[in-house]
Design a protein around this ligand. Sequence first.
Ligand SMILES: Nc1ncnc2c1ncn2[C@@H]1O[C@H](COP(=O)(O)OP(=O)(O)OP(=O)(O)O)[C@@H](O)[C@H]1O
Ligand SMILES: [Mg+2]
Length: 343
Amino acid sequence: MAVEQKELAVGQELVRIEDLHTQFFTEQGIVKAVDGVTFSIEQGKTLGVVGESGCGKSITAMSIMRLLPEPRGRIVKGKITFFPPQQNNINQTSVDITALDRHSSQMRGIRGRHIAMIFQEPMTSLNPVYTVGDQIIEAIQLHQQVDRDTARARAIEVLEQVDIPDPERRISEYPHQMSGGQRQRAMIAMALSCYPSLLIADEPTTALDVTIQAKILRNMRDLQQEYGMSIMLITHDLGVIGRMADEVLVMYVGKKVEQAEVRNIFHNPLHPYTQGLMKSIPLIGLKDKKLVPITGSVPSPFNLPTGCYFAPRCPQAMDRCRREAPPETEPEPGHFVSCWLYK
Ligand SMILES: Nc1ncnc2c1ncn2[C@@H]1O[C@H](COP(=O)(O)OP(=O)(O)OP(=O)(O)O)[C@@H](O)[C@H]1O
Ligand SMILES: [Mg+2]
C-alpha cells in the first residue's frame, strides 16, 4: 500500500495567523513574546522569518505547533487557522488550532502529520535510547494506517532523500552513532516522513558546516518541489533567506515590522530595522561589503519604550515615533510595513 501524498495547490492559504498574542507569565512580570502578529503561510511556498535574538520567532512557531509550556507560556489572544489541503477532491473543513486542547487527539493529529517542526538541536527531538529507524517508523505509524514493512520502506526512502549514506544499514543505528550533520538530517527525514503540509524549520542548519548546510537546504527545496509542502524558515542568515524564501517576515520585539516578497526585502527594504539588518548581517557573495551593526540592543521585555519599539535605535526616528506605535500600512501591493515614515 502506497503512503498517500497530498495534492498540490501552490499559493492557496494553508495557515492563517491573526492578531496572535503569546505571553509568558514570569516572576519578573509578563513577557509579550508575540504581540499581535498577523500573517499567512501559502501552500508550496517558503516564508522566511528574520529578526534579532529574542524577537519572538521561535515562540511564533511554538504557538502554531501548540508546544508552549502552557499555562506559564500561552496564547492569550488571536487565532491560528489550519486549512487542510484538498484530498481526493474533497475540501476539508478548517481547524482553529487555538481552540484545541494541545493534548487532544486532533491536535496530535495535526502536529507531526500536517505540521512538522525541526529544531536547532536535533537531540531535543531524537530519543537517544531508540534507533533512528524505530523513531521514524513510529512517527509514520502514528499518523498513517500502514504496516511496519511499508513504514520501514518509507523510512529508508526518506533517509535516502536527505542523503544519509547506506540507509538500509544506518536505519538500525542510534542517534549517538551519527555525526551532528547526519542527526540533523535524520531529524529532517523524520519530519518529512509523513509528508507534512507545513515544515517549520527553526534555525535548521546554523550549527552545521557550510557544505552540509547547503546540501540540507537543497534537500529541503527539492522535497518541497516534489510534495508541494510549505516551509516556515526561521534563520539569522539572510543568505539562506535569499536562497530559500518566497516571502519574508521581519520581527522586532514580538511584532511584525515588515513583510514582503523576498526581492522587495532585499532591494527595497522599507523599515529602518530591516535596512539595519541588511547592513549588519553578512550576505553570501557580498563578503567585501562593510558590515555596520545596528546601534544599541533589543530592549528588555520588562522595560519597553513607548511608541515604536525600534525608535531608540532608529537613525530616522521622529518625535511621533517616540510617542505613538505606528500602524501597519501597505505602501506597495503585498508589501507591509509598520513605520511612521510611510504613513
Ligand atoms: N520559557 C520562557 N519563559 C519566559 N520567557 C520566554 C521563554 N521562552 C521565550 N521567552 C521570551 O520570549 C521572547 C521571544 O523569544 P523567542 O525564543 O521566540 O525569540 P527568537 O526570536 O526565537 O530568538 P533567537 O533568535 O535567539 O532564537 C523573548 O523575550 C524570550 O526571552
Ligand atoms: Mg529562536
